[in-house]
Design a protein around this ligand. Structure first.
Ligand code: HEM
Length: 473
């Protein structure tokens, strides 16, 4: 039995059996399943598939719920509001965690997004007060400053251009200034001249933009900033940095030791969490919005007219927290929401089933991963009746609010584990969009093309998207 020959002959078969061990589990629950291959699961071509676009096609083919095997792991994809509410909100007790994710480094693996159970809850409870209305108002001043600098830089570039406008590589341009914005708002540190080739931050930007996702500089920055704030004893705004310092001191006093929360990993990791979680998602949302309005000049003009009116009513030249109040710019906010509906940056918010669960004829076994197929859910014709593919901001105007199904707008997830930075994201998007629309007309170029990269792990990824920003007089 134990001879090497036996293993050589039967090991491949044992491995195949092991790989197929869960096949059939989803079918037994009555869920239509993407037929798995012999032992590579349902998606052997995963690395060549644009997953969020595949979800739209699968919704058309299988209906509101379907399953697949990711290797041997059963996955269920959901799109119906009732089921989403059950799993993400009402029965959160059964669906608290996300899948384990290897992000390529001890620190990065420790960010809250991938923590489980009680450890996640403690960190979330600790960080939640950061986004109260008064804190957001404080941070808004810094965000507005960054948006104005962005405009100033662009205007300067336009002065030197031959046709008066400037060609923008959307992702790179927004990402660079958003990283600067996050570091400034969260840590109070201004990144000087990020474009200078010798600048440490500039180098880090370039590494990030080349998709190497090298975050070590951010961990070092966080650690040094926390330490020097604690040493100097200064605490002013009760902002993010003060929260982290408080967290650091409590860990030092042994408060979280039984959860395995340490300074070097947990505290510093949460320091980079908001930057890592926020810059790319927001950058993609802005890129899509400007691409959409470059395609729809009449929508762009309506945004501009609304903004001019808000500025003149407020008798001001600066675009700030008060001016971007939702009631002053309902149409611009509707354009942002319609963009977020059609192009959710996080395309599959997910939960792992931690206790067997059943509801309405659907049974889900412990260990199954449930994914909210956001791109499909946000295009469900049942809830967006007059052609869900059409960019129609009116859907989100206050007078049409009653016609919207809240669980059919899934862009920020739901329940206790929804996007913690949602209000921050809206604040920064409104400030950037208003500043840009006030100063520039956005135009398509002959080389403008919106194309997605396949299989990005959490957030969607686009190929370079070029647009012209032409200054308004
Ligand atoms: C347009 C911008 C953004 C979009 C579309 C977005 C979307 C999402 C989604 C879908 C989730 C998962 C929710 C769930 O599983 O129910 C999430 C989680 C998260 N987001 Fe965002 N996000 C954005 C901006 C931000 C910003 C600006 C920050 C930080 C300031 C942030 C920080 C986080 C964090 C920390 C989590 C994990 C929450 C937890 O596990 O408790 N996000 N985001």
């Amino acid at each position: 039995m134990g001879s090497p020959l036996f293993f050589r002959a039967y090991l491949p078969l044992l491995n195949i059996r092991e790989a197929r061990a869960n096949y059939g589990v989803l079918e037994k629950c009555g869920i239509p399943v993407i037929k798995p291959t012999l032992f590579l699961g349902s998606e052997p071509n995963l690395h060549n598939t644009v997953l969020h676009l595949a979800d739209i096609e699968r919704f058309k083919k299988y209906g509101p719920i379907w399953g697949s095997y990711y290797g041997r792991m059963p996955h269920i994809y959901i799109t119906e509001p009732d089921l989403i509410r059950r799993i993400f909100v009402k029965d959160f007790d059964h669906f608290k965690d996300r899948q384990d994710m290897e992000l390529g480094g001890e620190m990065l693996n420790e960010i809250m997004e991938f923590q489980k159970g009680e450890k996640w809850k403690q960190i979330r409870t600790f960080l939640s007060p950061l986004f109260t209305t008064s804190k957001l108002k404080q941070m808004s001043t810094v965000i507005a400053e960054c948006a104005q600098e962005f405009i100033r830089d662009l205007r300067k570039e336009c002065e030197n251009s031959t046709n008066g406008g400037v060609k923008i590589h959307c992702r790179n341009r927004f990402t660079t200034c958003l990283i600067d914005m996050f570091v400034r708002t969260m840590f109070g540190i201004k990144i000087e001249d990020g474009k200078n080739p010798g600048n440490t931050f500039g180098k880090a930007f370039r590494e990030m933009l080349h998709e190497e996702h090298e975050y070590n500089w951010l961990f070092t920055l966080t650690q040094n900033t926390i330490k020097s704030r604690i040493e100097s004893g200064s605490s002013s705004t009760k902002g993010f940095l003060d929260l982290l310092c408080d967290f650091w001191k409590r860990i030092e006093a042994g408060e979280y030791s039984e959860l395995g929360i340490t300074q070097t990993t947990q505290c510093i990791a949460q320091g980079v969490l908001f930057i890592v979680g926020g810059y790319e998602t927001t950058s993609y949302a802005l890129s899509h919005l400007f691409w959409r309005i470059a395609n729809n000049p009449e929508i762009q003009e309506k945004m501009h007219v609304e903004l001019k009116q808000a500025i003149s009513c407020h008798n001001t030249h600066s675009i700030d927290h008060e001016l971007i109040n939702d009631s002053n710019i309902p149409y611009i906010l509707a354009c942002i929401n319609e963009t977020l509906r059609l192009y959710p940056s996080v395309y599959r918010p997910e939960r792992i089933c931690t206790k067997d669960w059943s509801y309405n004829g659907i049974s889900i076994k412990k260990g199954t991963c449930v994914m909210l197929a956001s791109w499909a859910a946000n295009r469900n014709p049942k809830f967006y009746q007059d052609n869900p593919e059409v960019f129609k901001p009116e859907r989100f105007l206050p007078e049409n609010k009653g016609t919207l199904e809240p669980y059919a707008f899934t862009t920020f997830g739901f329940g206790p584990r929804n996007c913690i930075g949602m209000r921050f994201a809206y604040e920064s998007m409104k400030l950037f969009v208003c500043n840009i629309v006030n100063n520039f007309r956005i135009e398509l170029r002959p080389d403008t093309e919106l194309k997605y990269k396949p299989a990005s792990p959490i957030s969607i990824a686009i190929d370079p998207l070029y647009l012209d920003f032409v200054p308004r007089r």
